[in-house]
Design a protein around this ligand. Sequence first.
Ligand SMILES: NC(=O)c1ccc[n+]([C@@H]2O[C@H](COP(=O)([O-])OP(=O)(O)OC[C@H]3O[C@@H](n4cnc5c(N)ncnc54)[C@H](OP(=O)(O)O)[C@@H]3O)[C@@H](O)[C@H]2O)c1
Length: 257
Amino acid sequence: MKVAIIGGTGLIGSKVVARLRGDGHQAVPASPDTGVNTLTGEGLAQVLTGAAVVIDVSNSPSFEDAAVLKFFRTSTGNLLAAEAEAGVGHHVALSIVGCDRVPESGYLRAKVAQEKLIRNSPIPCSIVRATQFFEFLQRIADEATDGNKVRIPPVLFQPIAAADVADAVCRIAVGAPLNGIVEVAGPQQFRFDEFVRLGLSARHDPREVVADPRARYFGAELGERALVPDENARLGEIHFEDWLGQSPAPAVPAARA
Ligand SMILES: NC(=O)c1ccc[n+]([C@@H]2O[C@H](COP(=O)([O-])OP(=O)(O)OC[C@H]3O[C@@H](n4cnc5c(N)ncnc54)[C@H](OP(=O)(O)O)[C@@H]3O)[C@@H](O)[C@H]2O)c1
């Protein structure tokens, strides 16, 4: 079956493409790098021709509030219109667990807007809400850094490996549309500060992680359960310690090296 993967060159997208190809599907990555731009519409009609399923794992280049909202609104609107023209039978999108519980976050408001456009479109859909990726740890830590301290609210946190997210997205994409939301999360629950401390210490990062109940997550205050899924979530298999053991450490920025 032909599957178009919007954002197919990204972290999740490249894993989705590889996995679907391994299973014998015609997986076509679509991104500005491959001549497809969902903001301008360039290349969209061509890549969707003959596609049974579209998987949207694209992301906004900017996380600034207005820019990210504009990205997900414009891109999703263009994509759904092109899918209707092409007769696509299943739209799968990757969203975030708890996105509707943190209205203070501009990024999460944009994901809610994306989900709303999808739910209001006539195209059969599946929305996969994932928790934070293990791979996102460095960006979280950098965003929360204050001098040599990393201030993290000690709320519940259940992150997942990108490989497990990609597997879940593929399984859902080749099945019947759910016309609803499914949650996916990692196999272990942590305190958010504990997760960041474990990750940085495994990388010999000298920053001190401080549990700070008033610390903000990309500008938003988090409730105890804001980012964790409910009991029906599908759980990934990769444990954080195993992932840490297998993943190359990111380069330490010169200022801290
Ligand atoms: N980070 C997390 O912890 C987390 C948790 C749950 C869900 N999510 C969601 O997961 C999704 C994928 O995230 P990711 O980390 O895999 O993203 P990523 O690695 O940043 O990749 C983004 C992809 O989007 C493409 N893209 C950017 N602008 C585009 C445009 N105008 N038209 C078409 N494609 C465009 C990029 O293409 P180029 O490389 O060609 O620019 C790239 O392939 C996002 O929607 C995010 O909200 C993230």
